[in-house]
Design a protein. Structure first.
Length: 521
């Protein structure tokens, strides 16, 4: 897959993912707004029901006080109810009672004719509502005495009606018109009926007096004064003494979020899963692309690594077939030595590949025993010294560790040291200058192999332990291999419960530092 195509795929997937997240956010925001609107409507409905029930309670109170208990009827001022009687209309007796309450503009009219028909009407004055109804008795001709008795009773009843109407439309009750406990109970029940079960504060504001008539929590005065949930109490009064019921919900936001927390958490979890899958997919694509490139390089390197010794062995075999060369002992021994050396080289390369395969499958078995690290370092330096001399370089050992016995596999640990020394030689432009140092640190022995070669950048250091990765060598053309050496080194060190670190700078050499636990024995 080309880099351009890969970039386009990543861009398209990113745009799609961002679009999905934006859609989810818009949907959640819409749900929150809808829940907020529903909450406002429910609270408004609850407050309306409270106001209506308070007015109903007051009406029942007035009726109870004025009708069921006539002794509580306030005396009607003289002249407020007038009687006009014995007016003849078509030979019948006609009686009329006019009652008025000047301050409210209320007038009441009663009449009864000789046939016994009674008519009642009440009017609220100019510009106000009027309620009229007729109350009729059975038509019959009544005696004058009985008619007068009925007129007297109508007169008494008219006084009651006028008083009740006056108290309902122009309340003059001393003190509060409602019980605060009743208000609290009504408010709680109405909110519960609307499905609102969260803590709230309430108060009754007197705007004209700039004070709270009722307040259940004095610390909430400012919040209640600015609350969006308010309702006018007793809105049907003709002459209003305005009172405003205000309610504040301190936990409103949390309550609305709790309504959709399952939806939000589910949506968030799905988005997170998609993000993780997206990231992992991109990581896998890039990694597979890099692996594909590295394996392609590995195959090319392996082909060249195998091709050279195979060609050399083939040439040596052809030379030995020449009888003239075969009869010369020195020439024959030389070609046989070349064949043996190239054969060992092939075997070494194949062994590296097989070992990495076993490590990948977790099938590599180590023979763990007590090993003297100083002796292994001395052996490795001895083996590599010929290469250093041929490269006109030098190697120095500073074995300062007071203890050097570790638990390890001899052959594999020796290969680790040889691989690091071989890298130090390969990546030196001039003659290699190598320093091998050991030092005891607690229960560990630390040994380092430092060169003064081409070094590496920080980005290259991040990848050197990856399989098939090879550091670019610029003008150096003597660097050969499969890119498996350092991956093998890291795997063996970790299998021995050790660690490996790298310190390197471009054109300033590289230092590999390995820590291994000392043997308890």
């Amino acid at each position: 897959m080309s880099k351009i195509r890969l970039r386009w795929i990543i861009v398209m997937m990113s745009v799609s993912l961002l679009g999905l997240i934006a859609f989810q956010w818009y949907w959640i925001d819409t749900v929150i707004r809808a829940n907020d609107d529903r909450f406002k409507k429910d609270v408004t409905a609850a407050l309306s029901n409270v106001v209506r029930k308070l007015e109903r309670q007051e009406a029942m109170y007035v009726v109870n006080q004025k009708i069921l208990h006539p002794q509580n009827i306030r005396q009607i001022p003289s002249g407020s109810i007038q009687r006009v009687d014995f007016q003849s209309v078509d030979g019948s007796y006609y009686y009329q009672f006019n009652g008025g309450v000047d301050t409210a503009g209320i007038s009441v009219f009663f009449s009864m004719d000789g046939s016994g028909q009674v008519e009642f009407s009440a009017s609220a004055g100019p510009g106000l509502s009027t309620d009229q109804r007729g109350m009729h008795t059975n038509r019959e001709i009544l005696a004058k005495e009985e008619l007068q008795d009925r007129i007297r009773r109508v007169s008494n009843k008219s006084e009651m009606v006028v008083t009740v109407l006056e108290d309902l439309m122009v309340p003059r009750r001393a003190g509060s018109r409602f019980n605060p406990q009743l208000l609290d109970s009504l408010l709680e029940n109405e909110l519960k009926d609307q499905g609102i079960n969260i803590h709230y504060h309430y108060g009754v504001i007197k705007p004209q007096e700039a004070r709270f008539a009722v307040l259940n929590d004095p610390s909430q005065m400012e919040e209640l004064a600015n609350s969006e949930f308010k309702a006018n109490l007793f809105p049907n009064d003709l002459i209003a003494d305005p009172s405003i019921l205000s309610v504040h919900f301190p936990g409103k936001s949390d309550y609305l979020l709790s309504k959709i927390w399952v939806t939000m958490s589910s949506s968030g979890a799905l988005i997170l899963i998609i993000l993780l899958c997206f990231g992992y997919a991109i990581y896998t694509i890039v990694r597979q692309k890099n692996l594909s490139e590295m394996r392609s390089d590995f195959i090319n390197n392996m082909t060249h690594e195998f091709k050279t010794p195979i060609a050399t062995i083939g040439l040596a075999a052809e030379a030995l077939q020449d009888k003239a060369i075969a009869q010369v002992d020195t020439m024959r021994d030389r070609y046989i030595g070349v064949i043996g050396e190239e054969n060992r080289r092939l075997g070494s390369q194949v062994e590296k590949v097989l070992q990495m395969s076993l490590i990948d499958k977790n099938e590599l078995k180590l023979t763990i025993e007590d090993v003297d690290l100083h002796e292994l370092i001395t052996t490795a330096v001895s083996r590599i010294s010929i290469q250093i001399e041929n490269s006109h370089g030098s190697i120095q050992t500073v074995l300062n560790a007071t203890e050097s016995i570790v638990r390890a596999d001899v052959s594999h640990l020796l290969n680790v040291i040889l691989n690091l020394l071989d890298n130090a030689i390969k990546y030196s432009e001039d003659g290699p200058n190598i320093l091998v140092r050991t030092q005891k640190t607690g229960n560990y022995i630390m040994f380092s192999i430092k060169d003064h070669g081409v070094g590496m950048s920080k980005e290259e250091v991040k990848h050197i332990f990856q399989r098939f990765y090879r550091v670019p060598t610029g003008n150096l053309h003597n660097v050969k291999g499969f890119g498996l050496g350092l991956a093998y080194v890291k795997s063996i060190v970790e299998m021995l419960d050790g660690s490996i670190d790298v310190e390197s700078e471009l054109n300033n050499g590289t230092n590999f530092i390995i820590k291994l636990p000392l043997s308890d024995g």
